[in-house]
Design a binder for this molecule. Structure first.
Ligand SMILES: C[S@@+](CC[C@H](N)C(=O)[O-])C[C@H]1O[C@@H](n2cnc3c(N)ncnc32)[C@H](O)[C@@H]1O
Length: 330
């Protein structure tokens, strides 16, 4: 039998991942070796040719009508299963793994929001010392209060919190816009489950959460505001994402982006260091770079504000960054 690695494009919910597993298990003259529960990507042993496998998975439907399951690649493999699943060159695999761990730490401290061990700093707990001069952003600045103060949040708006994490922004916004809905979207299934349970505990039925890695399932022109708080730096395809935001926003809709922005040039070694990847620092760009990128994608700047300047230490050198807020008009 030949072995194949089957990579799916965007399997978003647990039900669809289970459906993928079942479908592969039922393929004639094949046996399923392994499925990655976070991506749906699978390893299959089969007597079938690559194109026969593709054909039998064509127009395959998952558990719900909203998920679209498409195959990205099927490649013949050698080597150990674990190596292959983890080396599927999908940056989201690392993101999910690191944020799952970050959540476990938040839960251990019984906090709803990230504070001391803020997921925005680094997800490698042994290296917090390197960030000692950068106090957790969310402990010194409340983004939702800021948006309310400047009139960006009001009753009746529909809002998306993209990369909603534990939901601490969404839970503050929900009462301000009720009975309209705030939809939290996050790639990490554990974050989504945690936020759903917290919404129930807090009795906030208008705060709903879904697992997804993009905005493709959101109805076009349906949203008044899309919040992207410490997430944009993590996205592998920023231009695609900006186009999705434009599609989902109403004509007068607003994009709010809060993130880390570089002042000094960061060394390649830091940018490739997994400890910085989920802290929003590895892929941080200058404020001007992000503004230009958004303008190139059709957005107009409404507000631009630097909230703090701080330094991180890396290999005995100091690097300055800003935490800032950008607000754009569609
Ligand atoms: C730094 S945390 C920010 C959480 C929240 N916005 C806050 O400020 O507390 C980043 C979050 O983005 C999520 N994330 C990363 N990449 C994503 C993607 N492509 N799609 C959706 N969520 C993503 C992570 O799972 C994590 O929960």
């Amino acid at each position: 039998m030949d072995r194949y690695f089957i990579e799916f494009d965007d399997v978003t919910c647990i039900g669809c991942i289970t459906a993928v597993e079942e479908k592969l298990s039922n393929l004639k003259e094949s046996s399923l070796k392994k499925t990655d529960k976070s991506t749906g990507n699978s390893i299959l042993e089969s007597m079938l040719m690559k194109n026969q496998i593709s054909k039998s998975l064509e127009s395959f439907e998952g558990c719900c009508s909203s998920c679209q399951i498409t195959i990205k690649t099927i490649k013949p493999i050698t080597g150990k299963d674990d190596e292959i699943i983890l080396s599927a060159d999908d940056p989201n695999v690392l993101t999910k793994k690191q944020y799952k761990q970050a959540l476990e730490r938040i839960i251990a401290k019984e906090e709803v929001a990230c504070s001391d061990y803020c997921v925005c700093k680094t997800t490698d707990i042994d290296r917090f010392e390197e960030f000692s001069e950068a106090p957790s952003f969310s402990s010194i600045f409340n983004l939702v209060e800021y948006l309310e103060k400047f009139g960006y949040l009001h009753f009746g708006m529909s809002v998306i919190d993209f990369g909603s994490g534990t939901g601490h922004d969404a839970f503050q916004i929900a009462p301000l816009i009720a009975p309209s809905q705030i939809t939290g979207i996050d790639i990490t299934p554990e974050m989504v489950d945690f936020a759903k349970k917290t919404a129930q505990k807090l009795n906030l039925p208008n705060a709903v959460f879904h697992q997804a890695s993009n905005l493709m399932l959101v109805k076009p022109e349906s949203q008044d505001l899309i919040l992207v708080n410490n997430v944009f730096n993590l996205l592998s395809n920023k231009r695609d994402f900006l186009q999705q935001v434009r599609t989902c926003l109403k004509a007068d809709g607003v994009l709010v982006m809060a993130d880390e922005f570089t002042i000094d040039i960061l060394p390649e070694s830091l940018r490739n260091d997994p400890a910085f990847q989920c802290g929003g620092i590895a892929d941080a760009q200058s404020l001007d770079f992000i503004i230009t990128l958004c303008q190139e994608n059709g957005f107009k700047v409404l507000r631009e504000e630097t909230i703090r300047t701080y330094e991180i230490k890396y290999n005995k050198k100091n690097y300055q960054l800003n935490s800032g807020i950008l607000i754009f008009h569609n």
